[in-house]
Design a protein around this ligand. Structure first.
Ligand code: ATP
Ligand code: GCO
Length: 290
């Protein structure tokens, strides 16, 4: 039977990341692949590196944590540690799309020539293979890839079928592949590229990237992030959005009903202890089946 773990404590400070990990442990969530997309210099590598360098799994760091019959037990000192030192973080493998370009593409961009569709197709197909491999692995994964056009995103999702001469229809988005679109204006990104040291891609090519950019539509599985924000702010936004996607409608309502007085949007707070166990010891428990 499906069950959902909740976090609670005497203080209303449970982060989404912690709750998400709990849901994962209880097998409620599916794996996700996040593609960080946008024009050159929008911050894909920075955000991807930041996410992937976080602590790998908090279970590994807290060996005393117990998972028994679908009930997750977190002791108070662990909870305090998590609250004091930040939420347990995501720690996903990170693929830098630039590393998959053939050398000719890198040289072309370094000469200041924009890539064509034909230059990009083999590269996108290689990245599609990475995504397929990751889909069948156990953990979530991150990929940074400009993915500027709708067609490119379709290739990432569906591979060569999209570029076959007979193919015309747009294929559906994949629920387990999620685009994080880093959105910013030309001037800001240009400024950051000019300040960036030692990268083959010079700011002169930025205009050509904007020229072909097709931002993801509502039908694509995407979240737009404003690059004027800090990376921490962006990550919170991502977590919050993903949480909302992963909850079934019934579960959302259930959480809403039980949220109590906490008005911080990325926290959930249960007003009472449904298990009757000492709240100082048991900080997370299984709920009744929904
Ligand atoms: N949120 C941010 N605030 C301020 N500066 C940022 C932010 N994100 C990235 N930068 C800076 O902007 C520059 C470009 O970022 P980054 O290299 O991550 O972009 P990118 O999209 O991966 O670029 P490319 O596609 O060309 O490899 C870097 O110098 C980085 O330090
Ligand atoms: O599609 C493209 O034109 C390329 O992927 C570029 O976006 C660069 O690889 C990247 O921006 C590195 O600077």
């Amino acid at each position: 039977m499906r069950s959902l773990g909740y976090l609670a404590s005497a203080e209303p400070c449970c982060s989404v990341a912690l709750r998400r990990r709990t849901l994962r442990l209880l097998n409620v969530t599916d794996k996700m692949i996040y593609i960080i997309m946008g024009v050159s210099g929008c911050g894909k590598t920075s955000l991807g590196t930041f996410l992937s360098e976080k602590v790998k799994t908090w279970m590994a760091h807290y060996p005393d944590t117990k998972l028994s019959d679908g009930v997750l037990f977190i002791w108070k000192d662990i909870y305090t540690d998590l609250v004091m030192h930040g939420s347990p973080q995501l720690g996903w493998p990170f693929y830098e799309g630039d590393n998959f370009h053939p050398q000719e593409n890198i040289e072309k961009m370094a000469r200041g020539e924009p890539l064509t569709d034909q230059d990009r197709f083999p590269w996108l197909l290689r990245l599609h293979e990475v995504i397929e491999r990751e889909r069948s692995s156990g953990s979530d994964a991150l990929l940074a890839c400009s993915a500027l056009k709708h067609l490119y995103r379709q290739i990432l999702l569906h591979g060569s079928t999209v570029v076959a001469p007979t193919s015309s229809a747009s294929l559906a988005s994949s629920p387990e592949v999620f685009f994080l679109y880093l959105h910013g204006d030309y001037d800001l990104i240009h400024q950051r590229m000019v300040a960036r040291q030692g990268h083959y891609m010079k700011a002169d090519l930025l205009r050509s990237q904007f020229d072909i950019l097709e931002p993801p539509s509502d039908e694509e599985n995407a979240l737009t992030l404003d690059i004027r924000k800090s990376r921490n702010e962006m990550i919170l936004e991502v977590e919050k959005h993903i949480e909302s996607l992963k909850l079934l409608p019934d579960e959302s309502q259930h959480l809403e009903r039980n949220k109590g007085s906490c008005d911080v949007t990325h926290e959930f707070w249960l007003p009472e202890n449904p298990s009757g166990v000492d709240q100082h010891q048991l900080l997370c428990w299984d709920t009744q089946p929904l």
